[in-house]
Design a binder for this molecule. Structure first.
Ligand SMILES: CC(C)(COP(=O)(O)OP(=O)(O)OC[C@H]1O[C@@H](n2cnc3c(N)ncnc32)[C@H](O)[C@@H]1OP(=O)(O)O)[C@@H](O)C(=O)NCCC(=O)NCCS
Length: 217
């Protein structure tokens, strides 16, 4: 159903503030797919990143590094949605070439999944045509706080608008409670005030507190 060849570049919001260069101290990651992500000095932001769709397995190294380090590599994918034909995996890449060989510096996954309790949603968010759940959103720790997450989420929303053109789409997700402000900065709202704890893809990770967030896009 989806075209895997699409890629897109977006200027960083910071480019209007005069900082146009990616930090050159990030090495080009290995082509083996192994995590080989080196640190960058703080303070810079990234522009002209490349955003594109990626196969599910290319999300594994960052998922493991950033989200669930206590879960072994072979359990990082959740077959029920990660391998579904309609699921979209996206990555952010440094603009250096060939970007297709690099490990992504940011990832997120979009799966068609119904919101768990639609009647509890604010009236303005009810009765949407499609429900898409955002999963496994991570930016390499060396690159966090430099607007990559914001740009990747904006790209994902644009992609969904293209794919579901003319349909009303509810984007929803379980947000790590400590990232609530990040998502609010990106236009998302809390869908349910109750928080809950999850223990990783196979239920054995360290507990993390979540809150349900999202919005119509
Ligand atoms: C959450 C994450 C994806 C955000 O990506 P990022 O590239 O670090 O975020 P950005 O630099 O694009 O931040 C965008 C905005 O949110 C703000 N922000 C980012 N993280 C924040 C946080 N934890 N609390 C408050 N504000 C935050 C930034 O200051 C920025 O605001 P501004 O544009 O007004 O300056 C990334 O930090 C990450 O991978 N965190 C660890 C894994 C994780 O928690 N993933 C989410 C699972 S639900």
């Amino acid at each position: 159903m989806f075209d895997d060849g699409k890629s897109s570049t977006m200027p960083s919001p910071s480019s209007t503030q005069g900082n146009h260069q990616p930090n050159s101290s990030i090495n080009t990651p290995s082509s083996s797919g192994a995590t080989n992500l080196t640190s960058v000095s703080s303070g810079s932001s990234f522009s002209n990143l490349v955003f594109r769709r990626i196969p599910a397995e290319r999300t594994i190294p960052l998922r493991h590094l950033v989200l669930w380090p206590s879960i072994s590599i072979e359990f990082q994918l959740v077959p029920s949605y990660d391998l579904s034909q309609d699921t979209i995996h996206t990555g952010a890449f440094l603009p250096s070439t060939p970007h297709i060989e690099q490990d992504p510096i940011g990832i997120l996954t979009l799966a068609i999944q119904p919101y768990s309790n639609p009647s509890s949603l604010p009236v303005s968010l009810q009765d949407q045509d499609v429900h898409v759940q955002l999963h496994k959103f991570a930016v390499n720790p060396s690159c966090q706080g430099k607007s990559i997450g914001r740009q990747l989420l904006a790209y994902a929303i644009r992609l969904l608008r293209e794919v579901y053109c003319g349909k009303r789409v509810l984007l929803h997700f379980d947000a790590r409670a400590n990232q609530q402000r990040f998502y609010q900065n990106c236009g998302m709202i809390i869908l349910d005030d109750n928080t809950f704890v999850k223990y990783g893809p196979n239920g054995e990770g360290k507990g993390v507190e979540y809150v349900k967030m999202g919005n119509v896009i």
